[in-house]
Write a protein that binds this ligand. Sequence first.
Ligand code: UDP
Length: 344
Amino acid sequence: MVSQLFGKGGIVSLARARQQKKTIVITGGAGFLGSHLCQRKLNQGHRVVCLDNLQTGNLDNIAPFLAHRDFSFYEHDVIKPYPLPVAVDEIYNLACAASPPKYQADPVHTMMTCVIGALNALDLAREKGARVFQASTSEVYGDPKISPQPEDYLGNVNTFGPRACYDEGKRAAETLFHDYHDRHGTDIRIARIFNTYGPQMDPADGRVVTNFISQALKDDPLTIYGTGDQTRSFCYVDDLLNGIEALMAAEGIAPTPVNIGNPGEFTVLELAERVLRLTQSRSQLSFLEATEDDPKQRKPDIGEAMSKLNWAPKVALEDGLVRTIRYFQSGLGESAPLEVAARS
Ligand code: UDP
């Protein structure tokens, strides 16, 4: 409780702390980003309503919060409406499988999660007069023909490939956010999130960072899809959440999408080399067939986030990898729960 009374500027009054207490809905709150965000919001003294269908989210991620008096969890799929009988100040719409093998496993459901999930978040925001955040994605740029990608780049997206359910679903969600803002004045924020990594990732989610670390720690071959020359920009989870929170807190900004990511660009082979070195692994590289529609390069232009939000990532790839490797080493994620301030 004491920690809730100390603001950045020193001690604040109990009345002011109570006044600032918000009710925050987090869809996908049991997932990687969602559980980190639940932890932050609880530690800031807010009430958190966490919704998750546990398709890729995991109860273990939110187990430390379940007894907290300001935390409630509903096992719920956002493709169904979720009228909540409480006042709501902010909604973070994070619900959707984000790893290619996971979102491609049930593409129709992925598309519905993106589109109907966005619609339901917007309807709740409209009813409650809440500010609503949409977790959009660098995937809206598809296989980009320019680099880095600024927000006004319209993208190069295949409507008909295995990634389309996610890419087009997230694009349609942005459109819905735009139209709710335009027609109903809904208070929206959209971040285009680039590849993010860190503790609390599911070791089995099939993404490159989790695959490489899991494989390296077992001395198994690192699976390189294609040549390994394709690039990605990896943002540490704390940096990403700082950006998202800055976007949600900003007043008087245009309601347009903002790239949030780390502009450091690495080939998949460079990532493999770093993981091997940091884990001191004896793993070999195993070159497999490239996946269909795999973007060849990805690097955010973060000029908008820097000027609008005064935000830039701080954690270098190697530092973030070390923290993530440590998490994986502690029982491959099974024994390293997030911590929240003690329940008062
Ligand atoms: N990748 C790889 N080996 C793996 C997993 C992924 O070479 O075991 C590649 C993948 O083909 C892509 C990049 O790593 O080029 C990033 O893949 P990820 O699934 O992490 O995310 P994406 O950015 O493609 O959504």
